[in-house]
Design a binder for this molecule. Structure first.
Ligand SMILES: [Zn+2]
Length: 386
């Protein structure tokens, strides 16, 4: 492959005119195009007019298989078909890895999608979430969500073991309410003891824990309890930002899903999210990009998921916003040995965009070439070229 500009995601300056050799789904060599000893018989993808960068990661999304506009969930077969199409749309938009933090469908998509050629991103699936009594997601109507209530330490441990048996990649907990009727949704719903029991059981089984947590008290409990990633994580005091920054926890601020909704509650929340993000960046918190998109009319899965990096770029420096959706997300998800940067030995998960994304993060919504695990799954770039 010939790349006009390579942003390998490691943090070094872009390189111009680069030859990338790919074999067996992995990057075999990266060198200057002039010096390249690239096999003349090999198939060459010509991206000399493009910027090549690592495949994108959405570290918090939901494959619910919604039919946009529907009020009551469709039957499982329809949802499965919808979710399959949404996964394909994400891959074609440049998302080569996603973490689904709550959907009974995502493990099915993960396990039944082709990897050669890929028909879905690499999926890390939480399956159903765990929450305390009166926690989030427990609503008295048919739901796209499913959640299980834990009551006390023993119940929390049992719930984690069951999820492990069911093959999850990550345990999702709901440590606070909302958002919604109860302001920002910042009422804690699990005790420190319950959170610690979940984390100890999960870590003992090799699973990380992701916590839906809004507001200082819920986030404080999560950090003390030992969660790995805090989802949403807004409405925080300076002290709690310092506590998170001093811990091993990451925050996934999930900006897209509120920013794109017109409702007053969503807009107030979006404002609060940006305010907290500023505090957190100043405190030194580590961030990764995740949209909380659910595939409804406002948050269709596809190019729009890359809006997250543009929104993060209103607070973070462009390089940091880009890293949040590539290298940093891969580090947070424990897959940085495989993806998130373009380096020799890693999976060939890469995309191409027509302009320098550091100057204009919106170009991440205009991905024209996608390679996933060494397979070309989309190539509008060469088509435009020839
Ligand atoms: Zn979510």
């Amino acid at each position: 492959m010939l790349a006009g500009h390579l942003l390998d995601g490691t943090g070094v300056s872009p390189q111009a005119d680069v030859a990338i050799q790919i074999a067996g789904g992995r990057i075999e060599s990266i060198e200057s195009a002039g010096a390249s000893s690239m096999d003349r018989d090999s198939h060459v993808v010509d991206l000399r007019g493009w910027w090549v960068l690592p495949g994108l990661i959405d570290a918090h999304m939901h494959l619910w298989g919604l039919t946009p506009g529907e009020v009551v969930p469709a039957d499982f077969e329809t949802r499965l078909a919808n979710a399959r199409e949404q996964a394909r749309a994400l891959l074609h938009a440049g998302f080569t890895t996603v973490r689904d933090l709550g959907s009974p469908i995502s493990p099915w998509i993960r396990d039944s999608s082709s990897t050669n050629p890929p028909t879905a991103p690499r999926i890390l699936a939480a399956h159903v979430g765990l929450t305390g009594a009166r926690g989030p997601w427990l609503i008295p109507q048919p739901s796209w969500w499913e959640a299980r209530v834990v009551r006390g330490v023993a119940s929390a441990r049992d719930a984690v073991r069951r999820l492990h048996d069911e093959g999850v990649d990550v345990v999702k907990i709901g440590a606070s309410t909302g958002p919604g009727a109860q302001g920002f949704g910042d009422i804690p719903t699990l005790t420190v003891g319950e959170i610690r029991a979940v984390c100890e059981a999960a870590h003992g089984l090799g699973l990380p824990v992701a916590a839906h947590a809004i507001g200082s008290e819920a986030v404080r409990r999560c950090v003390v309890g030992g969660v790995d990633t805090i989802e949403h994580g807004y409405g925080l005091s300076d002290d709690v930002c310092d506590l998170v920054a001093a811990s091993d926890a990451w925050i996934v601020p999930t900006l897209r899903t509120r920013a794109v909704r017109a409702a007053a509650e969503a807009q107030v929340t979006a404002w609060e999210q940006v305010k907290t993000l500023r505090l957190g960046v100043a405190a030194g918190i580590r961030y990764a990009a995740g949209t909380d998109s659910v595939g409804d009319a406002d948050t269709l899965h596809g190019p729009g998921n890359a809006l997250e990096m543009e929104l993060m770029g209103r607070v973070l420096l462009p390089d940091a916003a880009l890293a949040a959706g590539t290298r940093e997300a891969a580090r947070m998800l424990g897959v940085v040995g495989e993806t998130g940067t373009l380096e020799v030995g890693k999976c060939a998960d890469l995309i191409a965009v027509p302009r320098d994304p550091r100057r204009d993060l919106s170009v991440l919504q205009q991905v024209e070439f996608v390679m996933s695990r060494g397979c070309v799954v989309r190539n509008d770039a060469s088509a435009a070229d020839s």
